[in-house]
Write a protein that binds this ligand. Structure first.
Ligand code: AMP
Length: 393
């Protein structure tokens, strides 16, 4: 895989795929510009080297239709505040007018294309659309790790139509850490998985059964496993159609000798609310009018011990309803334990990353991934379509 550093950039026109899919408030204002800032090292490097940068991103889910609320114009305005150069914004991402803007772009200047997903062809990985994106482009640089698990036109097909394709600094760093995880992790290797649904995490659990020494399960998804084991889970969130699969994952883990841990105790309440009285439940059944909303203190200690003795850690997904203070202790404790472990740690997923920041331990994590879904899929498949496209070029 080429690096952006391998390219001779002077006055070359570079298509830079970034992830400017920023959260917006109800008035269309940018709530958090972290994703724009994350792309700055690569963008500034390209501009310093005199490239003409044509930056492109998706924003939200416009479903192939022009949706003014999901225009990238406010992003162009914000970007212009963060860099010394002007940012030209484009009315579309393909077409004659866009080609003229590309041609008129000065060396060391930046053009931000309009939302790629205003065209259904983007998600369809359409070759003609990719060819149109690549018109008047010399080189392609991808720095949108969070989108690399999608075989979309601006991520995969476009690489066919440019002279060279390379990874930006963000992708290089992500790949470096993901490779450490999936190729030769120092042992013990502990994977911590939480969140709402087991169905989202089946491929990654399957792969981790082959790779990890310890798998710690938290969040609502634990209760699909418990249901599969015949426990009474009360009102806890379970996926009844996934119990057979959960059972087969438990069997596979046992056959491979991996330690597959489910919570030993649970914080339960009658409802998912900040005011509902909560208590610790040591053993099943969860009463029929209660639901399990966090891992309990015994589990916090047991998981903490395993985390402390780990040399490599991968964490994705909260241990409970961490958005509500009385159910956040499990997730907060895991965040602190991972930071204290001194292990090579990779954390992905918006909720787990938010927990790290809340605990103020973000600087003691080896790598915080910018792509929750992408990092899960990297662990599951040991590569991503967007990374393959760069490597094959
Ligand atoms: P995911 O997107 O699958 O990582 O799920 C994250 C969501 O799972 C968060 O919004 C949590 O509040 C929620 N969650 C975690 N544990 C539980 C639980 N025990 N019951 C209900 N929701 C949960």
């Amino acid at each position: 895989m080429l690096s952006v550093k391998d390219l001779d950039l002077d006055c070359k026109t570079v298509f830079l795929r970034v992830d400017f899919n920023v959260p917006l408030d109800e008035n269309g204002n940018i709530r958090n510009d972290a994703r724009i800032r994350a792309a700055l090292p690569t963008l500034e490097y390209l501009l310093d080297k005199g490239a003409r940068v044509v930056a492109a991103s998706h924003l939200g889910r416009p479903k192939g239709k022009v949706t003014p609320e999901l225009s990238l114009k406010p992003v162009a305005t914000r970007l212009a505040e963060l860099i010394p150069q002007d940012v030209v914004s484009s009315p579309d991402c393909i077409g004659g007018q866009v080609d003229c803007l590309k041609q008129g772009l000065g060396c060391g200047h930046v053009l931000l294309l309009e939302n790629l997903r205003f065209h259904a062809e983007e998600k369809a990985n359409d070759f003609e659309f990719a060819r149109a994106l690549a018109r008047r482009i010399d080189y392609y640089v991808n720095d949108a790790f969070g989108t690399c698990h999608r075989a979309h036109a601006s991520v995969v097909a476009i690489t066919q139509f440019v002279k060279k394709a390379a990874a930006g600094f963000l992708i290089e760093k992500e790949v470096e850490y993901m490779e450490k995880l999936v190729r030769a992790p120092e042992r013990p290797f502990t994977a911590i998985l939480g969140g709402a649904k087991v169905s989202d995490k089946i491929p990654v659990i399957k792969r981790l059964i082959d790779k990890a020494d310890e798998i710690l399960i938290g969040g609502a998804m634990a209760y699909t496993f418990f249901k599969a084991l015949g426990k009474e889970t009360g009102l806890s969130l379970v996926e009844p159609d996934k119990t057979e699969l959960a059972l087969s994952l438990l069997e596979q883990a046992e056959a491979k000798g991996v330690n597959f841990h489910l919570p030993q105790d649970h914080v339960i309440a009658e409802s998912m609310s900040a005011t509902a009285p909560s208590e610790v439940l040591l053993d099943f059944p969860v009463p029929p009018d209660h639901m399990a909303l966090d891992i309990g203190p015994r589990t916090v200690d047991a998981y903490g011990d395993i985390i402390k003795n780990s040399r490599t850690i991968f964490w994705n997904g909260p241990m409970g309803v961490f958005e509500i203070a009385q159910f956040s202790r499990g997730t907060d404790s895991v965040a602190a334990a991972v930071a204290d472990s001194g292990a090579m740690s990779v954390v992905g997923g918006g909720d787990s990353v938010a927990a790290l920041y809340k605990a103020g331990v973000q600087d003691r994590i080896s790598h915080i991934s910018t792509g929750g879904g992408a990092s899960l899929e990297y662990v599951a498949n040991e590569t991503l379509p967007g990374i393959e496209a760069l490597s094959e070029k």
